[in-house]
Design a protein around this ligand. Structure first.
Ligand SMILES: Cc1ncc(COP(=O)(O)O)c(C=O)c1O
Length: 439
C-alpha cells in the first residue's frame, strides 16, 4: 500500500471522519485510490506523499484558491507580515483597510466583522440578524456550513436540508430545543418561499441564501425574496462564500442587481489563508453591539493581509473573466468528448463552477472517471472550479486525458453491466453524501 493510502487508513482510526472537511474525504472521489494528502501545491499542480505529481482539475482547494495554489503575490504579502509578527496584544490595522475595501466594492454596505472560516462567519451573521431583529427563526436556502443554527433545520421529522447541496447531514448533538428555529425553501421556488413567509413570517430574523450557485436565478426571484422578507420584518443575508469573486468581482449579487442587508465571504477571499467577512448596512448590523461575538484568532494578521493582496490581484487579473473562460473550456471538453465516444454524460452549471454528470450509473461512472484520470496524472472529478493557474495549455492536456478516459469508459460500457464497471473501478465506489467512515 502507498504511503498516502496507509496514512489515510490510519487517520480514519484516529481522526473521526478521516479529515476535517467532508469534501476532502477520499470516499467522495475513489476510495482506496484517491491520494488524500499533499506535500506541495503550486499553481494547479500537487504532489502527494509518494511523490506522484498531478494536475488538479477538481475544486482548487474546495473553492479557496481562485488565484491558484501558493500565489506568489499573496505569499509575499503573507510572508512579509509573518516576518514582522502576525499576532500581538494589539490589533492588525489591515483589518480596518479590509473593512473599507469590502465596503468600497459593495457600496450598499458600511460595516464589516471578520472571522476565519465560512461556517464561523455564517454563525456570526445569523447571530447578528437575530440580535438586530429580536427574532429566533431563520429561513434557509442552500448549504451554509456545519453550525447548530443550520443543522437545526434537520431536527424535524424530515431531513429538510437534503435538497440543499449536501445530502444526509446528521444533526445528532444539536439541541432538540432548536427544533423549529430553522426552515428551508428551494432556490427559485416562490411557492416554497411563500409558504415559509405565510407560516413563520412574523418570527423570521432572516433569510440566508446564496444569490446563485449552479444557475442564474429565474427573473425576479431574488427581488421577490428580498421584498418578501423585508415586508415580514426580517433581514436578507447573501452567502457569497463559494460564488463570490468567481462569477464577477465582489459578490455575485452585484451583477445580479439585488442588494442584501448582509453578505458573507470566506474561501477565495484569502486564496488559501483563513479569512472570512460579513459586511452589512449599519441598520442590519446594529445587533452586533449587543451580543458577544469575539475570538482570539480572529485578530491575527495573516487573514486580512492575504485578503487585501488577493482582492488586489483578483481585480488586476480580472479573475472572474478567466474563471468563466476556462470553465467553459472544461464544459465544452466534457460535452465534445461525450459526443465523440457516445457516452451518457453532459455538462451543467455556470462555467466558473463547472460540472458534468453521467446520466446512467452516475455514482459508479463518476468513480471510474476519477480512478482513470488519476492514472493519467490528473485529479479529476465531475466538478471543476477553475483558477488563474489553469491555462489554455493545461486545458489542452486535460482535453487529451478526458478523450482517452472517455474512450476507455465507452469500451467498458459496451457490456452495459454494472458489475463490469465496478470491476473496472478497481476499488470501492464513491459515496455522494455524509456517512460514517469507520463501522
Ligand atoms: C455557500 C457556502 N456557505 C458556507 C460554506 C461553509 O464554509 P466553510 O467550509 O469554510 O466552513 C460553504 C462551504 O462549502 C459554502 O459553499
Amino acid at each position: 500500500m502507498s504511503k498516502t493510502q496507509e496514512l489515510y487508513k490510519y487517520a480514519k482510526e484516529h481522526i473521526p471522519g478521516g479529515t476535517q472537511l467532508l469534501s476532502k474525504r477520499a470516499e467522495q472521489f475513489a476510495p482506496e485510490q484517491w491520494p488524500a494528502y499533499f506535500t506541495k501545491a503550486k499553481g494547479c499542480e500537487v504532489w502527494d506523499l509518494d511523490g506522484n505529481h498531478y494536475y488538479d482539475m477538481t475544486l482548487s482547494g474546495i473553492g479557496a484558491c481562485l488565484l491558484g495554489y501558493a500565489d506568489p503575490d499573496v505569499s509575499e504579502a503573507v510572508i512579509n507580515r509573518i516576518q514582522n509578527g502576525s499576532m500581538s496584544t494589539l490589533n492588525p490595522p489591515e483589518e480596518v483597510e479590509l473593512a473599507d475595501k469590502l465596503c468600497e466594492i459593495h457600496p450598499w454596505a458600511s460595516q464589516a466583522r471578520f472571522a476565519r472560516t465560512g461556517g464561523e462567519i455564517g454563525a456570526v451573521a445569523v447571530r447578528i440578524a437575530r440580535a438586530t431583529t429580536g427574532r429566533d427563526m431563520v429561513a434557509i436556502c442552500g448549504y451554509h456550513g456545519w453550525s447548530d443554527w443550520y443543522l437545526a433545520a434537520n431536527l424535524g421529522d424530515e431531513p429538510a436540508l437534503d435538497g440543499h447541496h449536501i445530502k444526509g447531514l446528521k444533526a445528532n448533538g444539536v439541541p432538540q430545543g432548536l427544533r423549529n428555529t430553522a426552515v428551508t425553501f428551494l432556490y427559485d421556488s416562490k411557492e416554497e418561499f411563500d409558504e415559509v413567509i405565510r407560516k413563520y413570517g412574523d418570527r423570521l430574523a432572516c433569510v440566508i441564501m446564496e444569490p446563485m450557485r449552479n444557475t442564474l436565478p429565474e427573473d425576479g426571484f431574488l427581488e421577490y425574496v428580498r421584498d418578501g422578507i423585508h415586508k415580514a420584518g426580517g433581514l436578507l443575508i447573501y452567502d457569497e462564500i463559494t460564488i463570490g469573486w468567481r462569477h464577477g468581482f465582489g459578490g455575485a449579487h452585484l451583477s445580479l442587481g439585488v442588494n442584501p442587508d448582509m453578505a458573507i465571504f470566506a474561501k477565495a477571499l484569502g486564496n488559501g489563508h483563513p479569512i472570512a467577512a460579513v459586511i452589512g448596512t449599519e441598520e442590519a448590523m446594529k445587533g452586533a453591539h449587543e451580543t458577544f461575538i469575539s475570538s482570539t484568532y480572529w485578530t491575527e494578521s495573516v487573514g486580512p493581509v492575504a485578503a487585501l493582496a488577493t482582492i488586489k490581484k483578483m481585480e488586476e487579473t480580472r479573475i472572474w473573466e478567466h474563471a468563466n473562460k476556462i470553465g467553459q473550456m472544461a464544459k465544452d471538453t466534457w460535452d465534445r468528448m461525450a459526443k465523440k465516444h457516445n457516452l451518457p454524460a453532459e455538462s451543467f452549471g455556470r462555467p466558473c463552477l463547472a460540472h458534468f454528470k453521467f446520466t446512467k450509473y452516475p455514482q459508479e461512472l463518476k468513480t471510474l472517471y476519477v480512478a482513470l484520470m488519476l492514472k493519467k496524472g490528473f485529479l479529476g472529478t465531475t466538478g471543476f472550479y477553475p483558477s488563474l493557474a489553469h491555462t489554455p495549455e493545461i486545458m489542452a492536456l486535460h482535453e487529451k486525458a478526458v478523450d482517452e478516459v472517455f474512450a476507455e469508459i465507452a469500451e467498458i460500457l459496451k457490456k452495459d453491466s454494472l458489475d463490469e464497471i465496478k470491476k473496472a473501478i478497481g476499488g470501492p465506489c464513491s459515496d455522494p453524501g455524509f456517512q460514517r467512515l469507520v463501522k
